[in-house]
Write a protein that binds this ligand. Structure first.
Ligand code: UFG
Length: 340
């Protein structure tokens, strides 16, 4: 059984990925500092798969803690690296915290892989590296744009650190998955997204408004170039995203990768407006949402969606869940959290 370290494995995307990895037969060690997650998600994972993964509470940006982890857990063959600070707005206010945390984590993990003989690295990247693309849908070879925030820059520089490392250290190969907008929760409603405080992202804001925690959803801008004027994103189910990580890791373990670092867009391949999301949510939940249109949010791009043909042909991965499925699982998760 191959042993995989999942950093941020108690977080939103991490916990769903751990479920899929264990189901696929990987032995998982989670490392998480619970800065934006909690151990309850590991209980959820255990209830879904019937087995509790090893869990280490440590900070990936702390080299001594990570060295200890590698000494305690020998034979880590692969790493899936989720652990990162990820609030775009906060990163503008606290750039040094973002660079320190997100860059040091990558450097520590790659250094320890090199020293301990780990081979395979899967990195959580983001469509943020494309900025506002000139041509849509965006392909992996589209030009990268200057990052719009320190957070976005940590993804861009993270890819560069990995690129330079795999060129210098032939024993390490890597895949960077550039996520579009993952949404939803596990169909069991045992794990899901747990934003701390006021959510930044659209779907948790919608579900919290629907249960009455938030009085009104603000829609940021209706003067964009789209059918209804609201911004376009590529939303897809987090369980599909979780499975993409298993496909990526399998590819590396089998040696099917064509280059030491490969990039794949991971999305549904379809652009959806904010108002279309609101309408679809109202339909699946039966709840009428209170919303208002306000001005654009600083730093938002107008529209982006993925060309996912490379992931399909090379990874054999495709998003299969519908938008309605994803929204329904998000809704069921929110209701379960609130005891409804
Ligand atoms: N939106 C609202 N109201 C809200 C929240 C969001 O109208 O309360 C709108 C946004 O303006 C945007 C869309 O809903 O048009 C999606 O917003 P999200 O914050 O959910 O997602 P983003 O696409 O802005 O951000 C996501 C990730 C970031 C990543 C970025 C890359 O959350 O981490 O994609 O493009 F950097």
């Amino acid at each position: 059984m191959s042993k995989v370290l999942v950093t941020g494995g108690a977080g939103y995307i991490g916990s769903h990925t751990v479920v899929e990895l264990i189901t696929a037969g990987y032995e998982v060690v989670i490392v998480d500092n619970f800065s934006n997650s909690n151990p309850g998600s590991v209980d959820g994972i255990e209830r879904i798969v019937g087995r509790r993964p090893a869990l280490v509470e440590a900070d990936c940006s702390d080299y001594a803690q990570m060295l200890q982890l590698f000494k305690d857990h020998s034979g880590i063959d692969g790493i899936i690296h989720f652990a990162a600070l990820k609030a775009v707005g906060e990163s503008v206010v606290k750039p040094l915290e973002y660079y320190r945390n997100n860059m040091l984590s990558i450097i520590n993990l790659l250094s320890l892989m090199k020293d301990f003989g780990g081979k395979h690295f899967v990195f959580s990247s983001s469509c943020t590296v494309y900025g506002q693309p000139d041509i849509l849908p965006v392909t992996e070879t589209s030009p990268l744009k200057p990052a719009m925030s320190p957070y976005g820059n940590t993804k861009k520089v993270g890819e560069e650190i990995i690129r330079d490392t795999v060129l210098a250290v032939p024993s390490i190969s890597a895949i960077a998955l550039r996520y579009f907008n993952p949404i939803g929760a596990h169909p069991s409603a045992l794990i899901g997204e747990l934003p701390q405080g006021k959510p930044d992202n659209l779907i948790p804001f919608i579900t919290q408004t629907a249960v009455g925690i938030r009085p009104v959803l603000q829609i940021f801008g209706n003067d964009y170039d789209s059918s209804d004027g609201t911004a376009i994103r590529d939303y897809f189910h987090v369980v599909d995203l979780a499975k993409a990580h298993v496909f990526a890791l399998d590819r590396l373990f089998k040696g099917n990768n064509r280059k030491p670092l490969e990039f794949f867009n991971i999305g549904a391949g379809k652009g959806i407006t904010v108002l279309e999301i609101v309408k679809a949510f109202e339909k699946v939940s039966g709840v009428k949402l209170n919303y208002e249109i306000v001005g654009r949010r600083a730093g938002d791009i107008e529209k982006v969606w993925a060309d996912t043909r490379l992931a399909e042909s090379e990874l054999g991965w495709k998003a299969v869940s519908t938008l309605e499925d994803a929204l329904l699982t998000a809704w069921n998760w929110e209701k379960r959290l609130r005891g409804l």
